[in-house]
Design a protein around this ligand. Structure first.
Ligand code: ATP
Ligand code: MG
Length: 242
């Protein structure tokens, strides 16, 4: 993303926002609730469009282009949506395999094999024939990850993958992300969960009041003297509790 500006409903969400995602360098975008983190992912996927600035995938500008022209580039990216966004009327297996079905390139047997493999990878193979309503929150997130993996992407975007999970659920997601990284995938996560960010990423962007308040590694983030950054890392306004 280069100098991206995005406004919706009269509200400025992003101002001159820059973001670089390099293969093999896992990044987390940090920001408080409502700051625009999900919006950034939607822009990167071409689901919404910026008022100005440029968005490029592998050097190809997608801003203002029909999706058909960058479909090959777009296919390298998968997203795990906030809350999972599973289809309630489909089983877990159908959720994970539906995109492959839609593409129509593989046989039913081949698709089932892939679906089982992805579910095994995330540790919920036994849920194959269950419906989303029958899953716990943590299982839903894992199924959503399996669905993202089905198309064998190079880049995986995670929208708050650990929000609302207990410590074991968080640990499971973190170790899954690490295994994906070891398998050669590059992750981009948006979250306000600092522990998960440090456990999975080497680069950090902080979004504050529509602008990029920080971009750098963990050491630089922790040492950054800017008040907006300090406030995010360790909220200190004790008066809130008086
Ligand atoms: N279509 C829309 N119309 C009006 N406002 C919108 C629209 N889409 C998003 N917004 C606003 O943009 C802001 C950023 O939303 P976004 O979902 O990107 O935040 P977020 O950082 O992902 O928040 P959270 O951590 O709660 O998921 C919010 O204040 C939201 O209300
Ligand atoms: Mg969000």
């Amino acid at each position: 993303m280069e100098q991206v500006c995005y406004t919706v409903g009269g509200r400025t969400i992003l101002t001159d926002f820059d973001l670089l995602l390099e293969r093999g360098v896992n990044r987390t975008i940090l920001g408080v609730s409502g700051s625009g983190k999900t919006t950034i992912l939607k822009l990167l996927l071409g689901l919404i469009h910026p008022q100005s600035g440029r968005i490029l995938i592998n050097g190809m500008e997608i801003t203002g282009r029909p999706e058909a022209e960058y479909r090959e580039q777009r296919k390298k990216i998968a997203i795990v949506f906030q809350g999972g966004a599973l289809f309630d009327s489909m089983t877990v297996g159908e959720n994970v395999g539906y995109r492959l079905f839609e593409e129509g390139r593989l046989s039913e047997r081949e698709i089932e094999e892939i679906v089982r493999e992805k579910l095994r990878f995330v540790g919920v193979e036994l849920a194959l024939n269950l419906y989303p309503a029958e899953l716990s929150g943590g299982m839903k997130k894992r199924v959503a990850i399996a669905r993202a993996l089905a198309a064998d992407p190079e880049y995986i975007f995670f929208d708050e993958p650990t929000t609302g999970l207990d410590p074991i659920g968080v640990y499971n997601i973190v170790s899954l992300m690490r295994r994906l990284q070891e398998a050669g995938k590059t992750t981009l996560m948006v979250t306000h969960d600092l522990a998960t960010a440090f456990a999975t990423s080497q680069r950090f962007s902080l979004l504050h009041e529509s602008r990029l308040a920080f971009d750098g590694d963990e050491e630089a983030l922790k040492a950054c003297p800017l008040p907006n950054v300090r406030e995010f890392l360790q909220p200190t306004d004790a008066s809130l509790f008086v």
